[in-house]
Design a protein around this ligand. Structure first.
Ligand code: ADP
Ligand code: G6P
Length: 499
């Protein structure tokens, strides 16, 4: 392979490059006569956008459309964006197929059966190669390239082959599965070798990192050294004569930005208006998710229906607002889940609703930042009850949006966030009667208890925000394994200190 760009920097090259399946914006072509740029869905984009803005880096990713996007058509941003094209076939096989019908369910406890399809695998290889080539062309000599998530697990090794001079980080945003699930994958050694191309491999939780270290020695026989004394580092693997560091770096949100928005006049007024529109004195339970089978939306609805049926909640006093972002709509299990959820909403409202007083307000849409912050501020109870989730940023956003110390957070034990947010009301969402009990307890939570919990949760989220996450990862990547700086508690915003 020809690699003349290794030593020659050009004006259009960048020292810091993020490579992710999606760009922070996607081109919405629902109305082909008036295509519009919109914010891309999901936690990865929410987390990385403020980092790239602060570091003025470049972002290589897909623009969310199979129509060709030229560089000139990309909107002007502080972030330099470079679009990787996907054809219709690749969209079906690489994105809907291997990424979201094979890897996504396999890495989320096989909640639905993964497809193991050879032709989707070939497409995944081809598209990963394209991402690697574009990243190789964009990275300046000695640059840092940070590859993101399960759609691009072959990129670290492919990029290393093209550009041995760059420093490569890889971060997995979703859970890394237990060995017996990963081993089901027919292409497990290729995926493992792909990830091992990185200098530093980051997971959300120590459990994922340990699963990975175990698999590396089982599949590859690579020697690994545990680094128990130096968190977030958990181990180092000797692979192909290189040392690869492995660690756990729980991702977070831009807490100050969310708090600033939540304090703004427009958000406070909109929050008051939402409360009035939903019935003034009624308690508001809120849930905000991508419409994904991992999010436990149907279990949550079933629990709410149970509370209404048991008389422990009444539509005149309580309302559930469920916002569900459209997601992966052509993938079969997503279509089926949407139909099931919408039937449940119809059934609950049909049984327990009255004119002007429906118990569930369901919106299958994306809302803008201001509306999202206003919903967070208006809520009495935030329901974050996924069956499995790498982290879940909605839980952290909600906390950041509550400088008033109001609101109770019900949080699934199976969200990565539960490992940090231990003062939330933790619940096993698979256990229906427990879910009902915890939801009922959240509605009744004593105000002093709620404020004390929220104070602790806020302290944690402000201490460990997304900037600290990026700093921690990039420091370990940059210096080969020294501990990141401790947070500067004195510099925390005042509201975060209120307990
Ligand atoms: P995931 O990445 O699996 O979608 P996360 O909870 O980690 O889950 O991240 C979801 C992100 O998407 C959050 O930043 C949240 O604010 C945003 N989001 C979720 N649903 C909506 C919605 N309906 N409208 C706007 N933003 C949303
Ligand atoms: C999760 C994944 C991200 C993905 C996002 C939205 O957060 O970890 O990689 O971008 O979901 O999903 P989508 O398929 O729309 O990109």
């Amino acid at each position: 392979m020809d690699t003349p760009s290794i030593c020659q920097s050009t004006a259009s090259q960048a020292d810091f490059v993020v490579v992710a399946n999606r760009l922070p914006l996607h081109l919405d072509t629902c109305d082909p006569s008036a295509p519009r740029w919109r914010r891309s869905p999901g936690g990865l984009v929410s987390a990385l956008e403020p980092i790239l803005r602060a570091r003025r880096g470049a972002w290589v990713g897909w623009a969310g459309t199979t129509t060709q996007v030229t560089e000139a058509a990309l909107p002007d941003q502080e972030i330099h964006m470079q679009a990787v094209p996907l054809g219709e076939n690749e969209y079906r096989e690489y994105y809907e197929g291997f990424s979201n019908a094979t890897l996504w369910p396999l890495f989320h406890d096989v909640m639905v059966p993964p497809d193991f399809d050879q032709s989707s695998w070939h497409s995944y290889q081809r598209v990963n190669q394209r991402f690697a080539q574009q990243a190789a062309a964009l990275a300046a000599p000695g640059a840092t390239v940070w590859v993101q998530d399960y759609q691009l697990m072959l990129v670290p090794a492919l990029l290393r082959a093209l550009r041995p001079d760059v420093r490569i980080g890889f971060f997995l945003h979703i859970p890394f599965p237990p060995p017996e699930l990963f081993l089901q994958l027919p292409w497990r050694t290729q995926i493992m070798d792909g990830i091992l191309g990185a200098d530093l491999i980051g997971f959300q939780l120590p459990g994922g990192a340990r699963n990975f270290l175990h698999l590396v020695s089982r599949l590859r026989g690579h020697e690994s050294v545990r680094e128990a004394q130096r968190p977030p580092l958990l181990g180092k693997v000797l692979s192909g004569g290189r040392k690869v560091s492995v660690g756990a770096f729980p991702i977070s949100v831009d807490a100050s930005a969310m708090e600033e928005l939540a304090r703004s006049k427009v958000v406070r007024e909109r929050a008051r208006q939402i409360r009035r529109q939903l019935g003034g004195s009624r308690k508001i339970m809120l849930a905000v998710d991508r419409l994904d089978y991992t999010k436990g939306i149907d279990q949550r609805l079933r629990a709410f229906e149970g509370l209404l049926a048991d008389g422990r909640a009444a539509a005149k006093d309580t309302v559930l607002v469920q916002i569900a972002t459209p997601s992966r709509e052509r993938v079969e299990h997503y279509r089926l889940r949407r139909a099931r959820i919408e039937a449940q909403v119809g059934q609950i409202n049909g049984t327990f609703g009255q004119v002007g007083q429906v118990p569930v307000h369901y919106m299958h849409t994306t809302v803008d930042h201001t509306e999202l912050a206003a919903l967070y501020r208006a809520a009495d109870v935030m329901l974050v009850t996924p069956l499995r989730d790498g982290m879940n940023l909605v839980a952290k956003e909600f906390i950041a949006a509550r400088p008033d110390l109001g609101g109770a957070l019900v949080l699934s034990e199976f969200a990565g966030a539960a490992h940090e947010l231990t003062r939330a009301l933790l619940v096993n969402p698979y256990h229906l009667s427990e879910l009902k009990d915890v939801m009922a307890a959240a509605l009744e939570l004593d105000e002093a208890d709620a404020r004390s919990r929220m104070g602790c949760l806020r302290r944690h989220v402000f201490e460990r925000d997304v900037h600290r996450w990026a700093h921690s990862f990039l420091t370990v990547l940059g210096d080969g394994g020294h501990e990141p700086d401790l947070p500067n508690v004195a510099a925390l915003p005042r509201a975060a200190m209120v307990a």
